[in-house]
Design a protein around this ligand. Sequence first.
Ligand SMILES: Nc1ncnc2c1ncn2[C@@H]1O[C@H](COP(=O)(O)OP(=O)(O)OP(=O)(O)O)[C@@H](O)[C@H]1O
Ligand SMILES: [Mg+2]
Length: 509
Amino acid sequence: MEPVIELKGITKQFPAVLANDHIDMSIRKKEVFAIVGENGAGKTTLMNIIYGLYQPDSGKILIRGKETRINGPHQAIAEGIGMVHQHFMLVPVLTVAENIVLGIEPTKAGLVMDMDRARKEVAEFSQKYGMPIDPDARVEYLPVGMQQRVEIIKALFRGAEILILDEPTAVLTPLEREGLFLTINALIEQGKTVIFISHKLNEVMAIADRIAVLRGGRVMGVVDSKETSEAQLARMMVGRDVVLDIAKNPQKLGELVLEVQDLRAKNERGLDAVKGISFHLRRGEILGIAGVEGNGQTELIRVLTGMAKAESGKVLVNRKEMTGATVKSLRRAGIAHIPQDRLRTGLILPFNISENIVLGMHAEPPFARGIVQQRAEVNRFAKEKEDEFDVRPRDITVKAKSLSGGNQQKVIIAREVSSGPEVMIAAQPTRGLDIGATEFVHRKLLEERDKGKAVLLQSLELEEILSLSDRVMVMYGGEIVGCFETKTTNEDELAHYMLGLKRQEHVKA
Ligand SMILES: Nc1ncnc2c1ncn2[C@@H]1O[C@H](COP(=O)(O)OP(=O)(O)OP(=O)(O)O)[C@@H](O)[C@H]1O
Ligand SMILES: [Mg+2]
C-alpha cells in the first residue's frame, strides 16, 4: 500500500528538551500504525506536528506524496487528518451532536440544518463503525468511553481519512477497549488509516500492523507486529530488560488504620453513588478496589480524601473518627492521594515542578519558616525527588503543563509518597505511564506495604489489582458485592462480580 503520510527529518526543540530528533517515518494507507515509547519520548509532540498544532523546526511532511505545510488543525482537517487527544477536548455542557458540529462554519441554512445533519450522521457512523451513542446526551454525563466515541465521530464528521488516537485506551475499561478495537477494524476496512499510541504492549501487538519505537525523540526502529514480541519492544523502548511481573514479599499484617462503616454518598449530580459500604484496611496490606468505571469508586475515594462529604456513615483513621474532615486534616492524619484525574486535581499546571512537588507541604517546615518560603530547601528536595522518581526533563523549573502525561503523573506520585503517609489512596496510579514507570510505581506501592503502610488501590486494570493487592473488593452499583483473598480468586471470577452477575450478601471487606 502507498504511504499516506511521510515524515522526513522532523525535528522539534523545546526549551528544555529536543522532543523530536530527525524523525523519519512512513505510514501506509489502511494500516494501524502504532507508536510506542517511554513517557516524554516525543510521541504526542510528533502527533501535534502532524495535526498542525506545532510547527517543526526542520523537516518535511508529505501527505499522499505531496509536500505539505500544515499550518494549523483546520488545515490538517482539510487534508483528511483527525486527532483524538490524550486529554479530551469536548465541551461538557453541550450535547453529543452540538460538540460534533462545534467549530464548523454554519451552512447557509444556519446551524439548525447542521444539527439535523449531525444527528443523522452520528446515527450513520454509529452503525457503520459499531459506536452506538445518543446524539442528544449531554457530554458531561457520559462515561469516558462514550466521550471518546464522540471525539472519534467528530473527527470522522470532518472527513478524517487518517485518524490519530493518542493513548485512547488509557481511560477505557477492558470492555470499552474491545469496542474501540472493533471500531478501529471497521475504520481500516473502510479504507482509513489509524495511528495508535499506547503504553500497553499487549494491545499494540493485538491491533497494530507495524510499530514504531521512539526513545528520546528518535526512532529506534519500526517493526512488523508479527515479527516482534513484547519483550523486544520493551527493550527497544527502555534500552534494558524490563521486569513485567514483580515478586511480592510475604505479608506482615499490622494494626487497623482505616475503617469505613456503612458509608453513603451522592455523586456530583446528587444521585446515590455509594450505598452503605463497610470495609477496613490494616497496616502492611494492599486492598484493591475492582469495578467497572462509574460504580461508586470515584465517589468513595472523593469522600475518603475529603473532597466530598458523606451523607452518612463513618470513617476512622487510626481509630479516630474523621468523618467529614477536610482535605487538609485528612492529610495530617496520614492520608495521601494519587488522584485519577491528574489534570484537574493533582497538579497546578501553571506552577513548576518544584512548586508542585511540595504542594500541600509548602507552608510547613522545612519548606517555610513562618511565612517565609525556604527556596533552597524546596529546590533541594525537588531535585532529589526528580532523581528518585525519574521525572523528565531533570529541570525543576519546567511548568507542569509542559510535561508529558506520564511525567505529570510521576510528579504527583513523588509528592504523595514523600509526604510519608499512613494510608495511600491510589486511584489508577499507572494510567498513562510507560512500562518502566509502571514497574517503578508498582515497586513503590509494594515498598509502602512492606514498610507497614496501608494502600487502597483502585484500578480498572484487573491485572494490576491482582498482581499488587492482598485482598480485592468489587464495587458494583455503589455497593461492595464481593471480597476475596487475591490468592484465591482470578480475573474471570472478579469479572462476574464486576458485571453484577454474582454477589455475596452483606459484605464487610
Ligand atoms: N509545549 C511544550 N513546551 C515545552 N516542552 C514540551 C511541550 N510539550 C512537550 N514538551 C516536552 O517534550 C518532551 C516530549 O513530550 P511528549 O508529550 O511528546 O511525550 P510523549 O511521548 O507523548 O509522553 P507520554 O507518554 O508521557 O504522553 C517532554 O520532555 C516534554 O516535557
Ligand atoms: Mg503523550
